[in-house]
Design a protein around this ligand. Structure first.
Ligand code: 5RP
Length: 240
């Protein structure tokens, strides 16, 4: 028997977060993408009456359609999220990830940074030995700085192009009004150094490299099972 890996991952995530959501009196963060969307019907009743933040307009409207109220900004300070649940595009054995396939990387990084516990849900096809093998690294760029950022990337011998939009002419513009640029790195030997290089270019607001953000990654298997991998988290807000 073979299963849809997203469904298997959602089942695994449910076993991990069910009790946490049930007992939570704080903020719950919900990320973006089709894998998270498989989990939502399973947790929708638990989310009712909770304070929920979403990483994108897409997830906010999905949650709203299910009867969940999404607050647009954290209603308490510091804005600590108790549990954040999201997907990923590529995952390496050390738990580092490429995210931003849905163009929501900035909102996703803000929520993951501010969360006490991060749970990512992926199908096994997202696993790879070296990040960059399967996917480009998306970056979010201030629109006015786009020509300078592209020139800088070219000078660094990195191929990059603005992601084209579906349903509109031109580049994909994020919920946060930045242009999403995909950087085709190939396999990345040193993700931290690449992250520093990309972030050093003025006009780059954020990258889709999520280094040290995972507490747990739930991997759904074609064999209808799941694995819950745990990691030593290093990236978090100083107020957590
Ligand atoms: C959106 C993301 C998503 O979490 C990522 O693209 C995974 O999506 P899916 O579960 O649909 O494969 O980073 O910006």
């Amino acid at each position: 028997m073979s299963c849809d890996t997203k469904d298997a991952a959602a089942e695994g995530a449910l076993s991990l977060v069910r009790d946490l959501i049930k007992s939570s009196g704080g903020l719950i963060g919900i990320g973006t993408g089709s894998t998270v969307a498989r989990l939502l019907p399973k947790v929708v009743e638990l989310l009712k009456g909770k304070r929920v933040l979403s990483s994108s307009l897409s997830t906010a409207s999905l949650l709203a359609s299910m009867g969940i109220d999404v607050i647009s900004y954290p209603a308490s300070y510091p804005p600590v999220i108790e549990v954040y649940i999201d997907g990923a595009d590529e995952v390496s054995p050390d738990g580092n990830m490429i995210k931003g396939g849905g163009g929501a990387l900035l909102g996703e990084k803000i929520l993951a940074y501010s969360s006490e516990l991060n749970v990512f849900v992926v199908g096994e096809e997202k696993l790879s030995d070296l990040l960059g093998t399967r996917r480009p690294v998306p970056i979010e760029v201030v629109p006015e700085s786009y020509p300078y950022v592209l020139s800088s990337l070219k000078a660094l011998r990195l191929n990059a192009s603005a992601r084209q939009s579906n349903g509109k002419m031109g580049p994909t513009v994020s919920d946060w009004r930045g242009i999403i640029v995909d950087v085709y790195t190939g396999p990345i030997k040193d993700p931290r150094s690449l992250e520093a290089t990309l972030r050093s270019i003025p006009g780059v607001v954020e990258t889709g490299l999520f280094i040290g953000y995972a507490d747990y990654i739930v991997v759904g298997r074609r064999a209808c099972s799941y694995d819950i991998l745990s990691f030593r988290r290093s990236a978090k807000a100083p107020y957590i």
